[in-house]
Design a protein around this ligand. Structure first.
Ligand SMILES: C[S@@+](CC[C@H](N)C(=O)[O-])C[C@H]1O[C@@H](n2cnc3c(N)ncnc32)[C@H](O)[C@@H]1O
Length: 281
């Protein structure tokens, strides 16, 4: 057997192995039943195999197939304390953030990274703020979310626009609350967003974020293994998480304080997010 044959055999075996694991994990997600949906699901099961070169819009086109939920289009990991399915977990995550932000009827809210607008419809129904303005950098999501707002006759209350969290197109001290539901890890950079959020918040305003943050070395958790560490840069690139956003919760607080925020608190909800998600999906 020549070296070339061994090489091709090895590549074939590796590809088959990767494909079977992808196929196996894809059954853990709901797909829209089409071959395309199934293929997308297979590849999206493996963040690693989403090409590094894709931009964030391409990445999120994967989710336009309702892979995760039946009834809504949340694109977050979900809060699983009382939830049994992705629909409820996505909504409960939005509820938790709304509660944490203490959204009240006098509030003018800015929501950055609104996905398909589920959380805005939910917050408006549950907490009845004065208004919600949203920013999102994916045009197809903005269009879909605006259409859903229109169907719910909430255009006078919810204004969803194309725009970036790192370049917020509003003047200073306009909003009572700024919220970011599982979106800030994407922002390039998150520091720029912190500054922008501080600028647009009124005095005494509040920034509330549900975010993904690496566990601190002191947290007593098992360190990731060698393979996970080797693959990490590929994963980050594939999921569009800038390296400059990778710091632990202590550093997170420091950076918020540097911008001017006070009373900064970080609460870990990982026990009710990652662990149940792995068990239930
Ligand atoms: C994981 S999804 C979360 C969506 C939604 N919050 C939810 O829970 O369903 C991240 C969202 O952030 C948006 N996003 C990413 N970078 C952004 C930026 N620089 N400015 C505004 N939105 C951004 C994406 O388009 C996407 O809608």
């Amino acid at each position: 057997m020549s070296v070339l044959t061994i090489f091709i055999f090895f590549i074939g075996l590796t590809a088959a192995f990767i494909f079977s694991i992808g196929l196996f994990t894809s059954f853990r997600f709901k797909t829209d039943g089409t071959l395309k949906g199934r293929m997308i699901s297979i590849f999206s099961s493996f963040g690693l195999f989403i090409p590094k070169a894709t931009n964030i819009s391409t990445l999120y086109q994967l989710w336009e197939h309702d892979i995760l939920s039946d009834k809504n289009k949340f694109i977050n990991l979900g809060y699983w304390k009382n939830a049994d399915c992705m629909d409820d977990a996505g909504r409960d995550m939005a509820h938790l953030l709304g509660e944490h932000a203490e959204i009240s009827s006098n509030d003018k809210i800015l929501d950055v990274g609104f996905g398909f607008g589920d959380q805005d419809l939910y917050w408006m129904k549950m907490f009845k703020p004065k208004s919600i303005t949203g920013l999102n950098i994916i045009k197809s999501q903005v269009e879909a979310a605006r259409e859903r707002v229109r169907k719910n006759n909430l255009e006078d209350k919810i204004d969803l626009r194309f725009g970036s969290a790192t370049d917020i197109p509003f003047g200073a001290k306009i909003f009572d609350k700024v919220l970011a539901l599982e979106s800030a890890f994407h922002f390039n950079s998150r520091d720029d967003f912190f500054q922008q959020a501080y600028r647009v918040l009124k005095d005494g305003g509040r920034l509330s974020i549900a975010d993904i943050v690496p566990i601190s070395s002191e947290a007593g958790c098992r360190k990731p293994g060698l393979i996970v560490r080797i693959l990490e840069p590929f994963r980050l690139a594939a999921w569009k998480i800038p390296r400059c956003n990778c710091y632990d919760e202590d550093e997170y607080c420091r950076r918020l304080e540097k911008v001017g925020f006070t009373n900064v608190q970080v609460t870990s909800i990982r026990e009710d997010v990652f662990l149940p998600l792995r068990k239930k999906c």
